[in-house]
Design a protein around this ligand. Sequence first.
Ligand SMILES: Nc1nc2c(ncn2[C@@H]2O[C@H](COP(=O)(O)OP(=O)(O)OP(=O)(O)O)[C@@H](O)[C@H]2O)c(=O)[nH]1
Ligand SMILES: [Mg+2]
Length: 265
Amino acid sequence: MIDGQAREPDYKQATISLLPPAQGASTPEKLALIIPTLREAENLRGLLGHIRSVLDPVGFPYEIIVVDDDSRDGTEDIVNSISREDPRVRLLIRKGQRGLSGAVLYGWQNTDASIVGVMDADLQHPPELLPRLIAAIQKPRDLVIGSRYTPGGSLADWNVVRKLISAVAGWVTWPVQRSGLRAKDPMSGFFLVRRVCLENIPFQSAGFKLLLEVLVRARLHSVEEVPFVFGQRSRGASKASVKVAVDYARLLARLYAIRLGFRKN
Ligand SMILES: Nc1nc2c(ncn2[C@@H]2O[C@H](COP(=O)(O)OP(=O)(O)OP(=O)(O)O)[C@@H](O)[C@H]2O)c(=O)[nH]1
Ligand SMILES: [Mg+2]
């Protein structure tokens, strides 16, 4: 239990699947960009304005869905005031739950868009990259990743220890990733993917590293990485923790077991 109320998903059990559209229903060619938030009010107003100003000139239909885990820090007022003038900006509040991957999956479940994506709220993911990600997925590609490890990308001013941990956490995914679909930055939290590639696959709702599971398990035929520079968070406190590292180790173990045929899901 966190804050006496909110609950992390049970790692062993909790999975979330995206269902295909009901028979006869369509998935409009549209991007649904999820922004998972936990106490990010001080970053949010600036971020939402910034994303809209970057996406509007692109001319590709989009919606922005903030999935907040009941932060009670003013997030609701900020997003609702923007939603009133622009209904493409929506707020979903999860009560009594925690978890980054689960929040993103919940957002994806609550849209009919053909392309779904995610970016952090703390401005470590530059909105200016979004037009390049959209252009790349329209080539077409199944999955497009904002990448810190492809040439031109970097971790900017991170300290050496954090850079090393990040690099090692990426290297250990190499055997579990699929040949021809490997990404240099499988830990990125900034990516777009075609919804059809995800449908009916049970994804783990605990943890932070949904992209790795998408890379290993989604029905992908093409992956492209677009470089960006990952800076420091703008304001507010980091949500990364020891639990995030433990969940990551569990996810890796599970993906290795699936890859080696010891388990199905
Ligand atoms: N809804 C929801 N969002 C979360 C949760 N945990 C983290 N987030 C959001 O996920 C994004 C990434 O979290 P960060 O704290 O920035 O993690 P990080 O980028 O690895 O760490 P820093 O570099 O220290 O910022 C942010 O937008 C967070 O607000 C959660 O349990 N629920
Ligand atoms: Mg961050």
